[in-house]
Design a protein around this ligand. Structure first.
Ligand SMILES: Cc1ncc(C[n+]2csc(CCOP(=O)(O)OP(=O)(O)O)c2C)c(N)n1
Length: 387
């Protein structure tokens, strides 16, 4: 017996799961295409399974029940956000992962090893899972077991989908994201004035521009979050502790779930390079409430200031080409105020700010744990997990 996509999707919708994100797998085709075609559901095409997971986490923080879809070959891409974001921050998410290379399946060579270890990998990551239901009458019970886990552990739950487990409309999905025409590509506004400021000075400026009410400030992994915490610890802050590079994909999810709030992501050059696909996804999907500040000290300062390759990368031009507007670049601290003061539009905005290295000695780590930070944020913005 094979179940129809709509049978699963409508049972999930009854339980508050209406938003989906991920990267496709041919086993998932009828399912994803059904979600894309349903006007009341939302499918966000992510560049990477890990970022899909982080974006779904942001959706959940913003009060939207979210599911992540992936091929098991993409489970590797999601290990860091699964272990160091969803696990530590305790975010309930439904994972629908296909099982290419399952031991009883004659599949392609590249799926053989991952197929053999997929179940153990879920177990090792302490993500409880069960086979994706094969009969319509089993769907409700499976989703209720997921919900029970969400209620008791507030962590992800996996459904492992075998080949042919789902049927439905095979037609190709509609275009997703925002079409970018050459005409709509704007220019970077560059400022040549000013000397590169320290991260502290920059963070103080950002703090002054982000009122506790109405904004959410997400600080990237490493010194940035720790330094922000040291300068001011406010209820609208979220300090990434792991999942390097996912501050922006997480922020995208919150921004889509909460268009009434301004979501401010403070990124690093190392983090942005690690998951550069996020610039494309954000450019395609984010609205005018997404504010991206990329603090570029041309190094992985948090791990000993090893140079990154950012000196040869023009992030501002990349952002423009991905659909951000306005995009500002330079060293001048006033660019921060200019970024926030720009007229509101339907596009995400970005500032590529060159800063100098240098961090206060004896920088404390947040005394408040990640789980408490996220609960405090959700309480502050009046959100609760919906799935
Ligand atoms: C996946 C992953 N790889 C490596 C690390 C170790 N790490 C923590 S912070 C950091 C550097 C981040 O560089 P950047 O984003 O440029 O910020 P900066 O440290 O310069 O403030 C690294 C490599 C990590 N936390 N996660």
């Amino acid at each position: 017996v094979v179940i129809e996509a709509r049978e699963f999707v409508s049972a999930a919708r009854k339980r508050g799961i209406e938003w989906y994100t991920g990267v496709p797998c041919s086993f998932l085709t009828p399912f994803i295409n059904h979600v894309i075609a349903e006007p009341d559901l939302r499918y966000l095409s992510s560049a990477n399974e890990g970022d899909a997971l982080a974006t779904a986490a942001g959706m959940a923080i913003g009060g939207r029940g979210a599911a992540v879809m992936m091929q098991n070959s993409g489970l590797g891409n999601a290990v860091s956000p699964l272990t160091s974001l969803a696990h530590v921050f305790r975010i309930p998410l439904l994972l629908i992962c296909t099982h290419r290379g399952a031991p009883d399946l004659h599949d392609e060579p590249q799926h053989e090893l991952m197929g053999a270890i997929t179940e153990s990998l879920f177990d090792l990551m302490q993500v409880p899972w069960e086979p994706f239901p094969r009969e319509a009458s089993h769907v409700e019970a499976a989703l209720d077991r997921a919900r029970k886990h969400f209620a008791s552990q507030s962590r992800p739950y996996g459904l492992l989908m075998s080949k042919g487990a789902i049927a439905g409309d095979e037609s190709a999905g509609a275009q997703s994201g925002r079409p970018v025409s050459r005409d709509s590509v704007e220019q970077v506004r560059r400022s040549e004035v000013g000397a590169a400021a320290s991260r502290s000075e920059v963070l103080r400026r950002i703090l002054a521009a982000t009122p506790t009410d109405g904004t959410v400030v997400i600080a990237t992994t490493g010194y940035t979050g720790r330094e922000l915490y040291e300068i001011a610890d406010r209820a609208n802050h979220l300090y990434m502790v792991g999942s390097m590079g996912c501050a922006s994909s997480l922020g995208l999810g919150i921004a889509l779930a909460r268009p009434d709030l301004s979501i401010v992501v403070i990124d690093g050059d190392g983090a942005a390079l690690m998951r550069m696909g996020n610039l494309a996804t954000i450019g395609a999907y984010a609205g005018g409430n997404f504010v991206h500040l990329l603090l570029d000290n041309e190094s992985h300062e948090s791990t000993g200031a090893q140079a990154t390759v950012s000196a040869s990368v023009d992030f501002a031009m990349i952002a423009v080409a991905c659909g951000y507007a306005p995009v500002l670049a330079g060293r001048d601290l006033d660019l921060i105020d200019e970024l926030f003061a720009a007229p509101s539009s339907d596009r995400p905005r970005l500032l590529h700010l060159k800063i100098r290295t240098g961090t206060p000695t004896r920088l404390p780590r947040p005394a408040i744990g990640p789980e408490a930070v996220v609960r405090r944020l959700m309480h502050h913005i009046g959100s609760h997990f919906h799935a």
